[in-house]
Design a protein. Structure first.
Length: 107
């Protein structure tokens, strides 16, 4: 079976990154409305991430978790969440972590 990285990104990686962003931004004192605006998602989506209905499929290793935290801090300061997510995904591809998540044995 071939690894469909776009499908993997949309269904697994992006929700997991957003879940981490929400956790970090909440610890920084942002409320659900502020987080929703910063991540360009709805308040209902924020609630679903917080209640583990979204983004629960993968656990990131410490090196990637540190990059996610740095990106979350950039988002808190006004950077685009989508550009930070894109940057993180590109870094995961370069480090081949995306292959660990994929488990397709093609990488």
């Amino acid at each position: 079976m071939n690894c469909l990285t776009q499908k993997l990104e949309i269904n697994t990686i992006i929700p997991a990154i957003r879940k981490e962003f929400i956790s970090i931004l909440e610890k920084k004192g942002l409320n659900d409305s502020e987080i929703a605006i910063k991540l360009s998602i709805t308040k209902a989506a924020v609630s679903q991430y917080k209640h583990k209905k979204r983004g629960k499929a993968i656990k990131f290793p410490n090196a990637i978790q540190a990059k996610i935290k740095k990106s979350a801090e950039s988002i808190a300061k006004g950077k685009s969440a989508n550009s930070e997510i894109s940057k993180l995904i590109n870094e995961m591809k370069k480090s081949r972590y995306i292959c660990v998540v994929c488990k397709c044995k093609v990488c």
